[in-house]
Ligand binder design. Structure first.
Ligand code: ATP
Length: 308
């Protein structure tokens, strides 16, 4: 094969429970990940330039927000490909092309998705034949959201988010995502969360998975799921980007079953009762303050898959 293309989904966190800051600088999390049908595509191709001076891994990015993504060794897809070559114990070459649709720095784990896609694409291109368990281990070293992008579906992550178990769900859920102008830095949002808690003197305690949320997923009950959505990072995202309160309010006014900031934001997620309801919410959100564009999606969808 001279080129492999992998499609990979964005995620929304249905529950993001953040424990106290640990001594190692991380937080204990309970993170219910849900993969939705907004996809990036990553193609890994045999390199055009095979001269000894050429870098072993190159990356190009296409799409509306391509300019916001590093086209160098800092790109998470390149880091993942390098980690895979390291695991295989030799240097490999590939030209990576990322077609971005997942909002950049939007709280939907786009960079992690590209990393997962690069692992699957390069495993195939280089004929390594590594099983998914090995790819999951390499993925966890690249970043704590990368294993979920490989797995897809709906899953709960504990620890720093890296210990993952699949969750049983019924049917499809219909979503609307309000995209904002510009991103929010994940470390900054966690920092703001710690600051707000310290200021208020709150002790969050150890995070636990929400039973009503897990039951709603099992039963495919969208109304119950809407009521159970929670994100401990939301106050911090709103503090850093107050206009998101208007976006969330607009979605609620349009009859969303539930609304929340996705991960560290600034993308906002709205759960709809049906595909038609989702289209209505998306149309209504287009004029909301703080909303650049609104897109509909369904979940759960599979993780990174080879499509060509
Ligand atoms: P998360 O939800 O995992 O916290 P996010 O969705 O908020 O992440 P990403 O889109 O993953 O954010 O990007 C975060 C930063 O990572 C970007 O600002 C960008 O500079 C860098 N980055 C590196 N590689 C990529 C990539 N392939 N796609 C997007 N961003 C990347």
């Amino acid at each position: 094969m001279s080129a492999i293309t992998v499609r990979v989904p964005a995620k929304v966190n249905l529950q993001l429970a953040v424990g106290p800051l640990r001594e190692d600088g991380y937080h204990d999390l309970v993170n219910v990940f849900h993969a939705v049908s907004i996809f990036d595509e990553v193609t890994a191709a045999e390199p055009g330039d095979v001269s000894a001076a050429a870098p072993p891994l190159t990356v190009r990015i296409e799409g509306e927000s391509a300019g916001e993504v590093p086209a160098n060794d800092d790109n998470l897809a390149v880091r993942a490909a390098r980690a895979l070559a390291g695991h295989a114990g030799r240097s490999y070459r590939a030209d990576l092309l990322i077609r971005k649709s997942i909002p950049v720095a939007g709280g939907m784990a786009g960079g992690s998705a590209d990393a997962a896609a690069a692992l699957v694409a390069c495993n195939e291109l280089w004929g390594l034949g590594l099983p998914v368990e090995d790819l999951m281990e390499i993925a966890a070293d690249v970043g704590s959201d990368v294993p979920f992008a490989l797995l897809g579906g709906t899953a709960v992550g504990t620890g720093r988010g890296e210990r993952l178990s699949r969750l049983e769900t019924s049917g499809a859920f219909h979503w609307v995502f309000a995209l904002a102008d510009g991103g929010l830095s994940t470390p900054r949002v966690y920092g703001e969360c710690d600051r707000l808690r310290e200021e208020a003197g709150t002790d969050p305690g150890l995070p636990v998975a929400s039973e009503p949320l897990l039951a709603a997923l099992r039963e495919g009950d969208a109304a119950a799921l809407g009521r159970a959505l929670t994100n401990d990072l939301q106050p911090a995202a709103l503090s850093l980007r107050p206009s998101l309160a208007h976006t969330l309010h607009a979605g609620a006014e349009l009859g969303a079953l539930g609304s929340l900031v996705s991960g560290s934001g600034p993308t906002c997620a709205f759960l709809a009762a049906s595909e038609t309801h989702a289209a209505e919410i998306a149309a209504g959100l287009k004029n909301a303050e703080g909303c650049r564009a609104a897109v509909t999606a369904t979940g759960p969808v599979p993780g990174a898959v080879v499509v060509g």
